[in-house]
Design a binder for this molecule. Structure first.
Ligand code: FCB
Length: 455
């Protein structure tokens, strides 16, 4: 079967500042919460840090030329707040702006559209010291930072993402404590959730006020289709609870100006006093929704936790990569559901991809056929959703290059470009990158089998 995308479909690849840049203490960059967190022994796999990462801070030119070689039309990267405003608030660091000026101008000179994210988790430590996202003022500081960047770059950049995966920031950062800043406090997570949403709304308004051209602005959420282990009423209720906790907790405030009652009543999230007054700001209209999706969640009823009456489990016969289940149909289901339940004008898949740690063969090739299989299936699911009327306008593969996978360190490889960390950080174009390049060129593909074994 042959698949073709609409002629204006946008193809891209994504990265994030802390995961690729390195140069962690150069040119006036201040520490972020991820520097602090990764430098504490025991927080990250083998105590890996992002100090050097893929050394993109020094190799950006080579990286942009690789994008050009692959024919990448669009590049999603993130600005590092601690490079731009090292104190979190106050003075702007000209050298921070310079770095991104050079990057953006180089991209544009090759006809590659920059699609930046303002916040991909590297909060300046100075702001965490003042209370971080559980503190209301952080929302305003974020809007000020957003306005600074838009003032500077909006003559050249049209598309902007405010925040990447606020769920991960609040739930993994402030509730489970497995990501920076490593806090384990549900009420801190509730406050962080609210202030991330408020920060997003304030930022959208501040960005539009200073923009030099009409901008396309959106937020990126990590969403998953949730399925029940069985059709027993308790498992179906488990789906409902998980969906409220993972998906609706951000979607409902953004689109309907309310939190799901489940998270307040059953799950005991206590939002900051007077939170309802912020909904007019939180619902400030945006131009698109960014969706990051990698896997589905299969859940069943459980009483292990007092507030969360469900557990996620691995169904028999399911196909797992090194981190998550591969289940392309669930992306189709998710997209159909979003179209049905929320008034979204446009959707970008802002991240999708998989970790397979295939290494370099003797002939210097990386034969990551499992990744090609995964990408083909998920991109085909996206195509099917478009045919069913879901307004998906573009797809960004995670990730352009191997990088620092948060608390898993360098043990996971999501890139279509291999980074040889041990050998001078050389870059090797993987088979999947060639496949993606062809896909972009043809605006589609012929469906094939690349990997028939269980993953
Ligand atoms: C997402 C993150 C991204 C990357 C992928 C694998 O949750 O946004 O930075 O780590 O997962």
């Amino acid at each position: 079967m042959e698949i073709r995308f609409p002629s204006d479909f946008l193809w891209g690849a994504a990265t994030a500042s802390y995961q690729i840049e390195g140069g962690w203490n150069e040119d006036g960059r201040s520490p972020s919460i991820w520097d602090t967190f990764s430098h504490v022994p025991g927080n990250v796999y083998q105590n890996h840090t992002g100090d050097i990462a893929a050394d993109h801070y020094h190799r950006w030119q080579e990286d942009v030329s690789l994008m050009k070689e692959l024919g990448l039309p669009c590049y999603r990267f993130s600005f590092a707040w601690p490079r731009i405003i090292p104190g979190g608030i106050g003075s702007v660091n000209p050298k921070g702006l310079d770095f991104y000026d050079r990057l953006v101008d180089e991209l544009l000179s090759f006809g590659i559209k920059p699609f930046p994210t303002l916040y991909h988790w590297d909060l300046p430590q100075a702001l965490e010291d003042k209370g971080g996202w559980p503190e209301r003022k952080t929302a305003q500081y974020f809007a000020d930072y957003a306005a600074t960047l838009v003032e500077h770059f909006s003559d050249r950049i049209e598309n902007w993402i405010t925040i990447n995966e606020p769920w991960v920031v609040s739930m993994l950062g402030y509730h489970e404590g497995v990501f920076a800043p490593g806090v384990k406090n549900q009420q801190a997570a509730a406050a962080a959730t609210h202030h991330l949403l408020l920060g997003h709304g304030l930022a959208v308004q501040a960005m539009r006020a200073v923009a030099r051209q009409p901008l396309q602005i959106g937020i990126t959420l990590n969403l998953s289709h949730v399925e029940a282990a069985t059709d027993s009423p308790t498992d179906l209720e488990a789906v409902h609870q998980r969906d409220a906790h993972l998906n609706r907790i951000f979607l409902d405030p953004l689109y309907f100006g309310k939190y799901p009652t489940e998270v307040i009543q059953e799950q005991a999230f206590v939002f900051p006093e007077g939170y309802e007054k912020d909904f007019p700001t939180i619902t400030t209209p945006t131009d698109f929704l960014g969706i990051n999706n990698y896997f589905r969640d299969v859940v069943r009823h459980s009483t292990n936790d007092h507030h969360f009456k469900y557990e996620i489990f691995q169904p028999k016969g399911s196909t797992y990569s090194e981190m998550w289940e591969m289940h392309a149909e669930s992306l189709f289901n998710l997209l159909m559901r979003i179209k049905q339940d929320y008034p979204v004008k446009a959707i970008y898949i802002t991240e999708n991809g998989t970790s397979v740690t295939d290494g370099i063969d003797a002939d210097n090739r990386v034969r990551d056929s499992r990744r090609i299989q995964y990408l083909q299936d998920y991109i085909a699911a996206t195509h099917k959703a478009i045919q069913h009327g879901v307004p998906v306008k573009g797809y960004f593969l995670w990730s352009l290059m191997d990088n620092y996978e948060w608390n898993k360190g360098y043990s996971r490889r999501f890139g279509i470009i291999f980074i040889d960390y041990e050998n001078g950080q050389r870059r090797i174009i993987k088979d999947s990158a060639h496949w993606y390049s062809k896909t972009i060129q043809n605006n589609g593909f012929q469906i094939k089998t690349y990997y028939a074994e269980p993953f």
